[in-house]
Design a protein around this ligand. Structure first.
Ligand code: DGL
Length: 268
């Protein structure tokens, strides 16, 4: 069981930022990644739809004998984690609680900004989790819906992305925040642009680091950690294999090999 893979999923390429950290933090672990490229973005969809998609993906990942699952998508973590984790027979973790915990550790003035998809913002999950960790925090949210298509389009260093970021972030900067959570797994891919806009006085939090650490703790608690094995990485998508492959190659420190396209209808 210990050498079974970790299942990781997202609506598209964003979750690869979490995979990157899992590879660094837990180098012995094998990973099965699923990117729902046919149905991205999740951020503009309802709780019901995102929960249905998440359940299908979990069914698919289980056919790959995963020993634990990381929901590497803030929107799916916000909408579906609670429901899918409550009766699960393997550990399932999301990215919101690890991100919130890091933000609370990092902030000095207690004023924390969160940028995320519309769905994550509307769900209220970040405020709820942050306030539970530290009721004194002041939390300011901003939805940045155009960031996901810009990243998926590969315009990570484009002037258009800078302009969009400038427009979105001006607003949240008026609240004197000293910490900004990248509350969507696509956003670390435009981290440099975001940092340029908010300035060096604001610490950016990428929840992926703490998520990978939390995964390590969860594996230990459940006696599931792989040791000394050669990790195997497998990637699946629901559409456009070629596009996903070149993107994944550009951000992961390994050869991603063959990417398979899966029809999700069969996992209803
Ligand atoms: N990357 C995902 C997230 O963290 C979803 C982006 C989207 O599909 O809208 O929220």
């Amino acid at each position: 069981m210990n050498n079974s893979p970790i299942g990781v999923f997202d609506s598209g390429v964003g979750g690869l930022t979490v995979v990157r950290e899992i590879m660094r933090e837990l180098p012995d672990e094998s990973i099965v990644y699923f990117g729902d490229t046919a149905r991205v973005p999740y951020g503009s969809k309802s709780r019901e739809t995102v929960t249905t998609f998440s359940k299908q993906i979990i069914r698919f990942l289980k056919t790959k004998d995963v020993k634990a699952i990381v929901i590497a998508c803030n929107t799916a973590s916000a909408f579906a984690l609670h429901e899918v984790a409550k009766n699960a027979d393997i550990p399932i973790i999301g990215v919101i609680e690890p991100g919130a915990r890091t933000a609370n550790n990092v902030t000095e003035n207690g004023r924390v900004g969160i940028i995320a998809t519309e769905g994550t913002v509307k769900s209220g999950t970040y405020e709820k989790v942050l306030k539970k960790i530290n009721p004194n925090l002041k939390v300011f949210l901003k939805a940045c819906p155009l960031f996901v298509p810009l990243v998926e389009e590969g315009w990570r260093y484009d002037s258009v992305t800078y302009e969009v970021a400038d427009r979105y972030l001006n607003d949240i900067m008026t609240y004197d925040i000293d910490t900004l959570v990248l509350g969507c797994t696509h956003y670390p891919l435009i981290r440099r642009t975001i940092q340029k806009v908010v300035g060096d006085g604001v610490t950016l939090v990428n929840p992926a680091y703490e998520t990978a650490k939390k995964l390590g703790r969860v594996l230990d608690e459940n006696n599931l950690r792989a040791e000394g094995s050669v990790p195997v990485y497998r990637f699946y998508v629901s559409d456009s294999v070629k596009r996903f492959s070149s993107f994944a190659e550009s951000i992961l420190p390994c050869d991603i090999g063959h990417v398979e396209c899966v029809n999700m209808e069969q996992y209803n």
